[in-house]
Design a protein around this ligand. Sequence first.
Ligand code: GTP
Length: 597
Amino acid sequence: MKNIRNFCIIAHIDHGKSTLADRLLSFTGAVTQREEQAQLLDNMDLERERGITIKSHAIQMNYTHEGEDYILNLIDTPGHVDFSYEVSRSIAACEGALLIVDAAQSIQAQTISNLYLALENDLEIIPILNKVDLPSANPEEVTDDIVDLLGCDFEDVIHASGKTGFGVDNILKAIIDKVPAPIGNPEAPLKALIFDSVYNSYRGVETYFRIIDGSIKKGQKIKFMATGKDYFADEVGTLNLKQTPKQEIKTGDVGYLITGIKTASEVKVGDTITSLINPTESKIEGFENVKPMVYAGIYPVDTEDYEELRASMEKLQLNDASLVFAPESSAALGFGFRCGFLGMLHMEIIQERLEREFDMTVITTVPNVSYFAYTKKNPDVQILVNNPTDLPDPSSMDRVEEPYIKASIITKSDFVGQVMGLCIEKRGEIVNQTYLTPQRVELIFDMPLAEIVFDFYDRLKTVSKGYASFDYYPIGMRTSKLVKVDILLNGDSVDALSALLHADNAYHIGKKMCEKLKELIPRQQFDIPIQAAIGAKIISRETTKALRKDVTAKCYGGDISRKRKLLEKQKKGKKRMRQVGNVEIPQEAFMAVLKLN
Ligand code: GTP
């Protein structure tokens, strides 16, 4: 146990976590040259393409230092705010953290939020100034920033480059010298923390764990404390580049477990594994059921694909337990599912996976957060509203509450004015403003979650010319003046286009939505009136003018194959469209409300 080191790498997005992790692996020989591949740990295709880590993974390295053999368990963490609960569980499985700061970008919002998580878990922090090879690097200034933030010494900050490999030896030495060896009682009943799980279609769910006390043996009967279910430990092992089966994993170590579980939702990150026969008394604290932040409807483009969509979603949920869905029906779109996501990135990923892995063509409707509504008749009874159409009739309603967050934004002092303007436009209330250095400011705002999950991040990047970083956490529900704005196409209300908006913005946004829809809805053989309404009151109107020409007209009879080709081309173009009444609505129209600027 004294020669085990469990550590994670925390950083703001793109500060070079994955690149540095690859360096550590090749330096310690955990990966041979042939196996080496850029961003080794990000093994899902989608992760590679987007260059971001979606799921956290763990890997074991062996390293000899001053004649002693050490086992180093590296736990990689996702960098995006949508996945912050996973970061917190990975952190809880470690004793130390490498805090990576980009030498050109300095400290950013997630550097700070992840650092706080690590400090809450009493981790030893090893500060690393990364990307020192960059011509734009500012090593002295950024080191000063790190020293100010951590209260450490100037010499404690390790200079490194994931790109060239500079400093990697010093990092390994610091891990061994500074990160405490795990403590725990090898004689006590088994207690292990689940920090991640991965779905494997052949082997079932692979559970990644860190042993706090006792040990786990192959063939043993175990129990998951939060779910209360028990299993046989069919296989246990360590996480080298490939999984290495072992007879036993002992106190302090990190490993994987296979029990034949076929559904991801049975394995909950943060849960405690114990022995069925000789259980531990207390479970590990901090377990949470992950709650979705954003909801949207997912509908098949072709109504006949509904059952296939259900099967695909079920399969997807097997390996992504954070996806929740329930059947719903829409007057406009027919049968589909209301889905809950961790954030907008998660939503995009699900849509993309449905299309790539399951060959489904789907329409995603306007996303929304979840609200609490109360009626005048029962003002104490909370009604959960995950879909604007479920909002009670305005005349019977007492009040609506929406989720609020505390947002931390770090930017250059030059952009404070613009950033504040944006936050205020998004209904934010400033709570605090702190100068971290004369050039860098941290702004704290209370804001409605609904305003930030959508286009906030893009807008922030624009107003700050890229020099702003952003992080947030939920702070509860607050009463708001919200109204439901409906959209009517050709006189019929399209429920899937309804949105809940703040009363003060509703007219303005309703008008913009009509203008945007006019651009997006393809012209047809007849005029299509587009209206926005609050209750029975029409607040705006536009018209998509009729189209006169038939696409096949120019084929003047003759060549049938050419005609067919043209029709087929038209059909393909139609793929991401839904027919509602006699109007065709393209996918982008459902997202129009998010992209009005
Ligand atoms: P997420 O997983 O999305 O949080 O990103 P990350 O922090 O893992 O960053 P990643 O390793 O993917 O690196 C981000 C970008 O910085 C990539 O384009 C890397 O090639 C580049 N990069 C990483 N380390 C270095 C470095 O030491 N020097 C230079 N010049 N570029 C680097």
